[in-house]
Design a protein around this ligand. Structure first.
Ligand code: ADP
Length: 384
């Protein structure tokens, strides 16, 4: 589909940092891009051709926005699916396809999909509400510890809790949820895979994600993952299987757990550019954002080979700081070779809010890791 310097319109639902980074490519290629987000100050408002303020969960606003587009994509899963199905019927090309978003939006549907397709994942149960879950514990059908996840609207670990006691149970929201066995995790891995309509598939090298144990957010992404060839191919094969079963068009980020016994199982997938793929901007021949555009516009996929090893550090709002953001000591990290800060352009900071990231490249991965720790100890995201 030729969108280069034409009147064809690409729409993006969501104008956060992922949307903003997709726009690096649409600017580079002169692709007319329209973005909708509920926040008038959303990061992607600046680099698109047209920015619209609108509720992503509202049928009318999504339908009206999408009606004007030739191709529509998302940078967040929580959008009005009914509107997407209606738009698809009308002939708008939507990638990822609404049928896939419907599965992925809801964690119990997503887990069922893995079960049906015999894709290894943590054992799970689904509950319509908290009362039913509590009854199950009372009857001895469910025991501690377990991982609780709200079925809908989870993001960055906000809808996830490790439940070990009756007291923990009282902190949970009353909503449809799943419980999972607590997996003994050795490491968390991610593989990004791209697929276009003609069936062409490209897989990025496995990366390793290190999580912050308090916020449950990714602290470091390491590329390539420091794992054996055998585990690497297990992870890549698993990503290929999920991608094949889903038949998604666009990018799919496959988050996995490497267990203490060296099994590789799926945690969850995201059918869009992903935090674990930001590193590709500097470390790969083709960034995940460009690859997403290539796949949804049915263009030849780019090389996923690593140009240089890298480590990514998320820049999140420091505990105790709220309000107008300031990036303390950013000048001090800019003097270090191989340090590439990305500032998303969110005006307000709050504890643990993702405000930016820094990618550190180095021919020697251990050196990149050392620099990443240094960067993390120098820069602070605070309020003015
Ligand atoms: P979100 O959708 O909010 O990103 P995830 O389902 O990815 O939430 O869970 C967030 C984190 O919680 C994971 O990266 C992992 O560290 C931990 N976690 C999730 N599920 C399990 C599990 N079954 N066993 C152990 N830890 C888990």
């Amino acid at each position: 589909m030729n969108f280069f310097s034409t009147k064809k319109k690409l729409g993006i639902l969501g104008g956060g940092q992922l949307g903003k980074m997709i726009l690096f490519t649409t600017r580079k290629w002169d692709i007319q891009t329209h973005v909708m987000d509920p926040n008038k100050n959303a990061p992607a408002r600046l680099a698109c051709d047209n920015f619209k303020v609108g509720d992503l969960m509202n049928y009318e606003s999504v339908f009206n926005f999408g009606s004007e587009m030739d191709v529509l994509t998302i940078e967040i899963e929580n959008v009005n699916i009914k509107a997407l199905f209606a738009l698809e019927k009308k002939g708008v090309k939507i990638f990822p396809q609404p049928s896939i978003l419907k599965i992925i939006q809801n964690k119990s549907k997503q887990k069922n999909f893995y079960s049906i397709n015999k894709i290894p994942t943590a054992n799970f149960r689904t509950f319509s509400d908290l009362e039913t879950l509590k009854n199950s514990i009372a009857k001895g059908n469910l025991s501690y510890p377990f991982v609780w996840k709200s079925s809908m609207m989870g993001y960055d670990g906000f809808g996830v809790s490790i439940v070990k006691t009756n007291k923990d149970l009282e902190t949970l929201n009353n909503c449809e949820c799943i419980t999972e066995d607590l997996v003994p995790i050795k490491s968390e891995l991610s593989v990004i895979i791209a697929r276009r309509t003609n069936g062409e598939v490209k897989v990025y090298p496995v990366v390793e994600m290190k999580f912050n144990s308090t916020s449950n957010q990714v602290e470091y992404v390491i590329c390539p993952a420091q794992i054996s060839k055998k585990i690497k191919s297990k992870a890549e094969d698993l990503a290929r299987v999920v991608s094949e079963k889903l038949q998604h068009i666009g990018i799919l980020a496959v988050e996995m757990f490497l267990t203490e016994t060296d099994e590789v199982i799926i945690n969850e997938v995201a059918p869009r550019p992903h935090n674990s793929g930001h590193i590709t901007i500097e470390s790969s021949y083709t960034s995940q954002f460009e690859q997403h555009i290539r796949s949804i516009l049915d263009l030849p996929l780019g090389s996923t080979e690593i140009k240089i090893p890298a480590v990514m550090v998320n820049l999140v709002g420091k505990e105790g700081f709220y309000g107008s953001v300031a990036y303390k000591n950013i000048d001090q990290i800019l003097v270090i070779d191989g340090v590439n800060p990305h500032i998303y352009g969110k005006k307000q900071t709050r504890p643990n809010r993702k405000m930016g990231h820094v990618t550190i490249v180095n021919k020697n991965l251990n050196e990149a890791l050392k620099t990443a720790e240094q960067v993390k100890s120098i820069i602070e995201v605070i309020s003015k």
